[in-house]
Design a protein around this ligand. Sequence first.
Ligand code: HXC
Length: 263
Amino acid sequence: MAQATAPEVIVETEGKIGIVTLNRPQSLNALSIAVVDAVIEALGGFDRDPKINAMVLAGLPKSFAAGADIGEMKGVTGAAGAEKQLARHLSHWDKIGRLKKPIVAAVSGYALGGGCELAMACDMIVASETAVFGQPEVLIGVMAGAGGTQRLTKVVGKSLSMEMNLTGRRLTAREALSFGLVNRVVPVESFLSEAKKLAHSIAAQPPLAVQAAKASVLAAVDSKLSEGLVFERQSFFRLFETQDQKEGMKAFFEKRKPVWSGN
Ligand code: HXC
């Protein structure tokens, strides 16, 4: 009997977390249009699902993603042609960055080009000891197009981002940790379980407070301090409209664990 081919994107749930796994091993998880379409559909679905509080976006142990699919780009000619063929594709990285619920990237092996940009569009990164991060687009005659000159610079600073974007220099997992690009480095065998653990620990918190805090941290990246502080203050005040605020503070004085309703 013919074997069904494994899907290129695997979508699962585990308690209150949604897990999306890139599964295109023959091309080291190159991010084709079809793969990224499936990723955004799955993450968007989890973002709208009231039973899900946090997400994990995972790669395979050998590769998170070795970039956008070069095969799909090599025939593209002209700025207008590139925009026509790739604008919608690239917009998905921005969409991931705008989802309400937190996403933990589980990165092992290559996170290059669009792969590095995909990990950075998530909110946190758990890296295996073999993870390598880089923006090597210059080596194939182009440059980063989905946040690699922007998000990377905001995290690691101008000098290192310049070097990575202008020479294709890659960072090891330990270097990435030292520059604040990743949250932690763990053995390859446990990168996925550690990412899930982090997502579960977020999913156990009151979801409206988590989402408000995520939006507020992102506002810090995106705006000047005075504007970010105003945004933070408004989000803080709004949380006093929630039942979880009442429950959290009541439980504190009753010396018990709060039970979150998500309202
Ligand atoms: C298509 C890719 C690919 C990619 C690897 N493969 N990366 N196919 N697009 N980005 C394919 C190879 O063609 C090869 O297929 C198989 O995966 C294994 O790759 P090898 O090169 O044989 O493996 P290895 O020698 O171990 O080298 C691994 C590597 C190298 C260092 C990751 O593959 C590499 O440099 N890949 C390209 C990295 C890159 O330039 N990324 C940025 C892309 S541009 P076959 O059929 O030969 O087995 C980009 C723009 C982003 O991301 C803009 C936003 C979307």
